[in-house]
Design a protein around this ligand. Structure first.
Ligand code: SF4
Length: 477
């Protein structure tokens, strides 16, 4: 250490002495804020610090982007790379620069994306966005998409949302399909074509595609088409309702544009999916209020074909919760889950492990009956999932038991089948979960009774162990 006075050193360095003496003040909430920033950065892997700052402010933190940036860098978080700039050669009349959107439903744009499932088979996606609001109106995912699929999607959007003034798209093979051109002409929607090979002229949807690729497609392995549909639909909802958009002053494109009670296309989920408790997070509803909030739900097309909304049954303070698939005919008529033959078998299983039906809580992943008891569609599962999530949050069971493949896959966010999932204890948001076969499957396949018996015994053992450790509900904390 050279023997130089502070005064002299500062003079040489041309630095004010007060700067030298300044001691940074660490605020009380620094550790909590750092923790939250890391959590958000992990949850939204490709968001930069400005977008994370917007999310924090929405959560109630009083922070500016500079403080978030400082912590971001200290924590060694990655600042996403900027997109490389692209040169522009010229712009034709259909380009988004020449013909800008000026209001909601002024210009919609659509485009196709390509990806592959893990086995190398192709995935095609049709994305439709409202250029002004930036809302993503739909992403259809399939192995193949034809002009008929484009027509079906556009027709449904026109019927449910209204007809836009213009539709902007690539002038490629999909759009040149004569049937689409003629149909749009008949509906009096004007078309804006971009020059071939000039994606920058369709900038809004191209920008959207980039985000979808960056935040989901580039980082996710899809093992099945179903898994891709569910994950892409979930990302689309998050994009519309949660993700801060830099050109919208860090607000999401459609925070509460859609009301419950509006019907959506068969097999498709509505654009934004705001829920009553999300609008008023402080007003945590009871189970009864949750039921009332959703009893007229039309968030998927099953709302139009059901007889009764089948919410759930049993003890709202239950320690054990069973989650099945969807109401069948008897359940649809009576408005209660598991009342048919499968329900009687479930009652016997419960008795065998020392529970009564009134002691536990029973619900399904879908609250409305799929016509003809067909399998739940991915978009129906995504639309209905928040209701079940909220039920579980309100009941706070010690242990969960999923019945059948769909419930296990949804709760565990996996594409693995029930035969490989069963026999072990998994975890759903910190709650132990035992997957087993659906009672209806046992009625068809007697050989699954034994593994089911083993699973429910495992459930009972784990429940007894947890009860030994956890305080009884209602006891002083
Ligand atoms: S299945 Fe669920 S999301 Fe669909 S209408 Fe019924 S309650 Fe609403």
């Amino acid at each position: 250490m050279p023997n130089v006075s502070e005064r002299r050193a500062c003079r040489v360095l041309q630095q004010a002495r007060s700067t030298q003496r300044h001691r940074p003040r660490i605020r009380d909430d620094e550790a909590r804020l750092t923790q939250r920033i890391i959590e958000l950065a992990c949850a939204y892997g490709r968001y930069g610090y400005r977008r994370i700052a917007a999310l924090l402010r929405r959560e109630g933190w009083r922070v500016n982007h500079k403080r978030v940036e400082r912590i971001w860098r200290q924590a060694g978080l990655k600042v996403p790379k900027k997109q490389p700039k692209r040169g522009r050669i010229w712009l034709n009349d259909g380009s988004c620069v020449r013909h800008r959107p000026t209001h909601k439903d002024h210009v919609w744009a659509y485009d196709f994306l390509h990806a592959r499932t893990h086995d190398g088979r192709p995935l095609r996606m049709l994305a439709v966005v409202d250029e002004y609001t930036r809302e993503c109106l739909a992403i259809d995912v399939a192995r193949r998409l034809s002009s008929e699929d484009v027509l079906e999607r556009l027709a449904w959007l026109f019927a449910t949302r209204g007809v836009p003034e213009y539709i902007r798209s690539d002038n490629g093979s999909e759009f040149t399909a004569q049937v689409v051109r003629e149909w749009l002409a008949r509906t009096e929607v004007k078309t804006l074509y971009i020059e071939p090979g000039s994606p920058w002229e369709n900038g809004y949807v191209e920008s959207f595609n980039g985000k979808l690729r960056d935040e989901l497609l580039n980082g996710e392995i899809f093992y099945t088409l179903l898994e891709a549909k569910v994950l892409i639909e979930r990302w689309r909802r998050e994009y519309n309702t949660v993700r801060p958009h830099s050109s919208l002053d860090y607000q999401p494109p459609a925070p509460d544009s859609i009301e419950i009670g509006v019907t959506v296309a068969p097999g498709h989920v509505q654009g934004a999916t705001e829920h009553p408790w999300q609008r008023h997070p402080s007003a945590s509803p009871s189970l009864g209020e949750l039921h009332d909030d959703y009893s007229a739900c039309r968030r998927c097309a099953l709302g139009d074909t059901r007889t009764n909304f089948v919410f759930g049954t049993g003890n709202p303070e239950a320690d054990v919760m069973f989650v099945g698939e969807a109401p069948g005919r008897d359940e649809d008529v009576q408005g209660e889950p598991f009342v048919g033959r499968a329900g009687q078998l479930l009652n016997k299983i419960l008795e065998a492990i020392g529970f009564t039906r009134d002691e536990v809580y029973i619900a399904n992943i879908l609250k409305c009956r799929p016509p003809g008891n067909r399998d739940p569609q991915p978009t129906e599962i995504v639309a209905c999932e928040p209701i079940l999530q909220r039920q579980i949050e309100l009941i706070r069971p010690l242990i969960l038991c999923s019945l059948g493949s769909f419930a296990a896959k949804m709760l565990l966010q996996t594409s693995t089948g029930i035969t490989r999932l069963r026999g072990r204890i998994h975890e759903y948001r910190g709650i132990p979960l035992v997957p087993t076969f659906h009672p209806a499957a046992l009625l068809r396949n007697a050989q699954w009774k034994r593994p089911t018996w083993e699973d429910v015994q495992l459930l009972r053992r784990e429940y007894d162990r947890l009860r030994g450790e956890a305080p009884l509900k209602g006891s002083a904390s």
